[in-house]
Design a protein around this ligand. Structure first.
Ligand SMILES: Cc1cc2nc3c(=O)[nH]c(=O)nc-3n(C[C@H](O)[C@H](O)[C@H](O)COP(=O)(O)O)c2cc1C
Length: 454
């Protein structure tokens, strides 16, 4: 596959984000990467786009690689997209994906911006990786980058397109079956999905969607209809569950949740849109999960949605769906609406179960968890179950714990406060920032060489 990397960082080759692309390229010699450093060379592209257009036209996939800058993309990349559109180049049918680094502050809006522009350009969008600045220096971050790239390659080859729910967006159900294409079958070893549905009389369309999902999904699935659940009522906010995790209601919901829902390998929520949300019964199901406090107990399980209604017209509901998955560290495999996107969602969900995929959280998850972290720390005396969970999972990542980094930053601050030292340092600062990433790339190249020799 030919990839055109559209690198939006003004730092060009010294971009931290670009190191992730280099890491992926090292591990995937079968992919051919050509890079346009549009962030650094935008002035020259403003004068002449011909070379850039040639590279873009040759590619099968455009990979937008950029740092998140103030909610969106750097202005240079913004301008390049303008120039692409003005050129009238026909990119329809090509694929696109994106990789960013940031501190996750509004990485979500930046990613949405690229997705919207991909839709304008007729590009088939395959997904995005929003990495934290330091992710590539950690083994988990490296795995996430490689998992992401494998997902992108598979989606590229199987005609998958991630739905974006723009009003005019076309359904993306028609694409080649991933398992067939790769001559693989799902691992099926006793894994199953649970469909949590709010299904009532007259909901024939939703029932049809569920039946369709069950017939096509390669794993067994069972339906739990929460319309039938004998709830004693909605959450009372009494905090009776804070210490033990046990709800004061005696309707057995907490045990039911833990034994029937949270044990599944994937959860599929099925509802029809009602009053711009999932409806009051599904909301009761959500509220009563307060017996789990702020513990991300289904962390790592993928989720998907079957939604009846016009989700394209409900941006807030989409944000809720995305935010919930991200806070819970659940891979959002897809949302099928009114029988569109069903095939794509099914394939992604099965693949996510097989590979146990988790990708980095975005602003929605990172920001949400920081708020929870601070809250639980303060309320630890009362919210004992949460506190123990946060301690056990290393979730108290308070900045003051990073003493070595704080000291290092003090030393750097002292040096650059001195104009003479600063002048002497020149470009050394950017190079210094890049050192941990260069180390990762060198180690990876060495390991790959060694594996080839053996
Ligand atoms: C002008 C500017 C704006 C930025 N805005 C954001 C932001 O909105 N959200 C965020 O999480 N990080 C933000 N950052 C941090 C960068 O996204 C982050 O440092 C990134 O890893 C740099 O990548 P690069 O080396 O590839 O340019 C900003 C940095 C700069 C210089």
């Amino acid at each position: 596959m030919k990839i055109c990397v559209i690198s939006g960082s003004p730092k060009g080759k010294n971009s931290i984000t670009f190191q992730t692309v280099k890491f992926i390229a090292l591990n995937h010699p079968e992919c051919e990467f050509a890079t346009l450093h549009v962030g650094q060379k935008i002035r020259s592209y403003e004068k002449d786009m011909s070379a850039a257009l040639e590279t873009v036209s040759r590619a099968d996939l455009l990979l937008f690689c950029y740092p998140v800058y103030t909610f969106l993309v750097p202005c240079q990349l913004h301008r390049f997209i303008e120039l692409l559109k003005e050129s009238g180049v026909d990119l329809s049918g090509k694929c696109a994906a994106q990789i960013t680094t940031s501190k996750h502050f509004y990485d979500t809006t930046a990613h949405a911006f690229i997705r919207e522009n991909c839709a304008d350009l007729g590009l088939r969008y395959l997904g995005g990786l929003s990495a934290d600045m330091d992710d590539l220096t950690r083994p988990e971050g490296q795995d996430e980058a490689l998992d992401f790239w494998e997902l992108v390659c598979r989606r590229a080859l199987t005609q998958y397109a991630e739905p974006y729910f723009m009003p005019e967006a076309k359904p993306v159900d028609a694409y080649r079956r991933m398992y067939e294409f790769f001559d693989e079958s799902p691992k099926n070893e006793g894994r199953e999905a649970v469909i949590v549905a709010d299904l009532r009389e007259g909901d024939d369309d939703l029932a049809g969607m569920i039946a369709d999902f069950q017939a096509r999904f390669p794993y067994p699935s069972r339906v739990v209809n929460i319309a039938d659940y004998p709830f004693s009522g909605g959450c009372l906010g009494c905090f009776g569950c804070a210490v033990s995790g046990k709800c004061i209601y005696k309707d057995g919901f907490d045990d039911f949740l833990r034994n029937e829902i949270q044990t599944a390998d994937a959860i599929v929520y099925a509802f029809r849109i009602k009053d711009h949300s999932m409806g009051a019964q599904m909301k009761m199901f959500d509220d009563r999960q307060f017996c789990n406090g702020h513990r991300t107990v289904t962390m790592g399980s993928p989720v998907a949605y079957l939604v009846r209604g016009d989700l394209a017209a409900e941006p807030n509901l989409r944000m809720v769906i995305e935010g919930r998955a991200d806070v819970g560290r659940n891979f959002l495999a897809g949302i099928a609406t009114d029988n569109t996107n069903m095939g794509a969602m099914i394939e992604s969900l099965a693949y996510a179960i097989d590979r146990e995929i988790t990708l980095p959280q975005t602003f929605l998850g990172v920001g949400g968890m920081k708020i929870f972290r601070d809250l639980i720390w303060i309320m630890q005396g009362m919210m004992k179950a949460d506190h123990e969970f946060y301690l056990e999972h290393g979730m108290y990542d308070f900045p003051q714990k990073e003493k070595a980094t704080i000291l290092k930053m003090k030393a750097v601050g002292a040096m650059i406060a001195n104009p003479k030292v600063k002048a002497k340092m020149g470009n050394k600062m950017t190079e210094g920032m890049l050192a941990p990433y260069t180390k990762v790339l060198k180690k990876c190249a060495k390991e790959l060489r060694r594996a080839q020799e053996d």
